[in-house]
Design a protein around this ligand. Structure first.
Ligand code: CTP
Ligand code: MG
Length: 229
């Protein structure tokens, strides 16, 4: 496959739910900064030509410090993100090579996706215009009604937990982002954005149990368990 593929790593958040001083992408799991796990995975993938890291301006110094410790034989660009995840994604895609056919958008706080997942996403996105990983839900899901009382049970067979990387034709994602900006709409992932703004249904492929997003301190314990196992 000789497609031109760019990977965008979103690392420009603030990590409020983690509650620490150091932003999540720079916290370490088994000695290695969380961001480096994703960078290594994309750098090793022969399908990917360039990597864009979207960082928070306040983290510039830390980013440079961490990156200087590792070697990647692939171009890595850095750009500053925006207020919301979608703004950061837009900054990221603007920095990609216009020749890119496909882009992968990934949470910098998700260190444990596999090379196999990347290959499957790319294959499916080339065919369907977009492909995203998701996992079924194990728990019973209920709405909370007013005053904190229990509400309706939702049909969990129809519901999936979405993960990243999410892969799209560059043009489809860029157009959807520009339309969302014009209309002042925000989405929490690219699958939702492209579905609403681009009218493109990405293919839902099986996600991976260990592909957790490091969100709260408990996830760091889980991550240590995953790396040790
Ligand atoms: N992200 C980003 N730009 C934003 C918000 C989030 O690039 N304006 C990135 C985060 O850095 C993270 C990924 O998107 O790698 C997933 O977001 P999340 O887990 O919510 O991270 P934060 O927004 O940093 O955390 P919190 O919501 O707890 O503040
Ligand atoms: Mg967030």
């Amino acid at each position: 496959m000789d497609r031109m593929i760019s990977a965008i790593i979103l690392a420009a958040g603030k990590g409020e739910r983690m509650g620490g001083k150091v932003n999540k992408p720079y916290l370490r799991i088994d000695q290695k900064p969380i961001l480096i796990y994703s960078l290594e995975k994309f750098a090793q993938s022969p399908l990917i030509r360039e990597i864009i890291v979207v960082i928070n301006e306040n983290d510039l110094h830390r980013y440079q410090e961490v990156l200087a410790l590792y070697d990647f034989d692939k171009p890595i660009k850095q750009v500053y993100g925006g207020q919301k995840r979608q703004d950061s994604c837009y900054q990221g895609i603007k920095a990609t090579d216009e020749e890119s056919d496909l882009v992968l958008v990934h949470d910098g706080a998700r260190p444990f996706f596999s090379e196999k997942l990347v290959r499957e996403l790319i294959r499916a996105a080339a065919e369907y215009g977009g492909a995203v990983p998701g996992l079924p839900i194990k728990d019973t899901i209920r709405e909370k009604s007013s005053h904190g009382l229990v509400g309706e049970t939702l049909d969990r067979k129809r519901l999936f937990r979405m993960q990243t990387p999410q892969c799209f034709r560059r043009k489809i994602l860029l157009d959807a982002l520009e339309r969302a900006i014009q209309e002042g709409k925000y989405f929490t992932d690219e699958a939702g954005l492209v579905y609403q703004m681009g009218k493109v249904k990405a293919l839902l492929i099986p996600g991976e149990e260990e592909n957790i997003k490091i969100t709260s301190p408990f996830d760091l314990k889980l991550a240590e368990l995953i790396t040790s196992g």
